[in-house]
Design a protein around this ligand. Structure first.
Ligand SMILES: [Zn+2]
Length: 271
């Protein structure tokens, strides 16, 4: 599944190719994505020019002068720049064709992705209005996590994966960040002190930024003819390393289940 670093890398990959480009045609081959595409999409977008490509959580915000196309990659979606008219495969559901002869192609085998058009402030759209803070900016601070967690008994791993608190921390990044901060993933969020939260906010930013940097080397893949933008896997300290020695203390990494998901941690380094 594309996680926040992949979405941010996608944003950086497509932005230079579509910013300032006028849409001359919209080809929809399948409207049945996670939500059915509005029948007005083609008419609405044709003739418009993308001015900016933003992101909120895992939503890409493709802005024009009169509104914003809110795009989510879902479980298996991807975007790439192609030559307009390149033959489409069965999972290539939407092409936005530009005046320069290129097109932005949305591919999504599992069709959990989505496209919504809004003329209003996209941040107030129902999909986005309830979201917590972005993890890459300084809104995510130790004091913010500390305040929001007071009195809460849920496990710290679930707390940082809750998108009403902070967005974009998937299962892999949650395990990695808690390892780097030395926090046991089962600890109650409300019982963790302010200093630990300062460290946690810092390492969350670090682990996500490292992943984005690793993805930076694949930016050219957004325009290759082969299709699949190269998603990336950074070096992982604990995730998927059950039974292997902790890189710091050599104690075997442990795997537990938390709410149907696997969590990986070092029983010695994480208290
Ligand atoms: Zn260890």
């Amino acid at each position: 599944m594309p996680e926040l670093p992949e979405v941010e890398t996608t944003r950086r990959g497509i932005a230079p190719h579509i910013t300032g480009q006028r849409i001359t045609d919209v080809i929809v081959r399948n409207r049945d994505l996670r939500w059915k595409l509005t029948p007005k999409l083609e008419k609405t977008l044709t003739g418009q020019t993308f001015r900016h490509v933003g992101r909120r959580a895992k939503y890409l915000l493709l802005e024009t002068d009169s509104g914003t196309l809110i795009l989510h990659l879902g479980m298996s979606g991807s975007l790439r720049i192609i030559e307009a008219g390149d033959p489409a495969g069965r999972h290539d559901h939407v092409d936005l064709v530009f005046a320069n002869g290129k097109a932005l192609r949305f591919t999504d085998p599992r069709r959990f992705g989505s496209l919504h058009w809004t003329r209003r402030d996209p941040l107030r759209h129902r999909l986005l209005s309830e979201l917590g803070v972005e993890p890459l900016g300084y809104e995510l601070s130790g004091s913010y996590l500390y305040e929001r967690s007071r009195g809460r008994r849920l496990a710290i791993k679930h707390f940082i994966m809750n998108s009403h608190i902070v967005v974009g921390i998937g299962n892999i990044y949650a395990s990695e960040a808690l390892y780097m901060a030395g926090i046991n993933p089962r600890r109650a969020a409300g019982r963790i002190g302010r200093q630990k939260y300062d460290l946690l906010a810092e390492v969350i930013r670090e682990v996500l930024n490292d992943s984005i940097s690793a993805g930076g080397t694949t930016l050219r893949d957004f325009v290759n003819g082969e299709g699949k933008p190269g998603y990336f896997r950074q070096h992982l300290n604990v995730y998927g390393r059950t039974g292997e020695p902790c890189i710091s203390c050599r104690v075997p990494i442990r795997e537990i289940r938390q709410g149907q998901r696997s969590t990986f941690y070092c029983p010695k380094c994480q208290k």
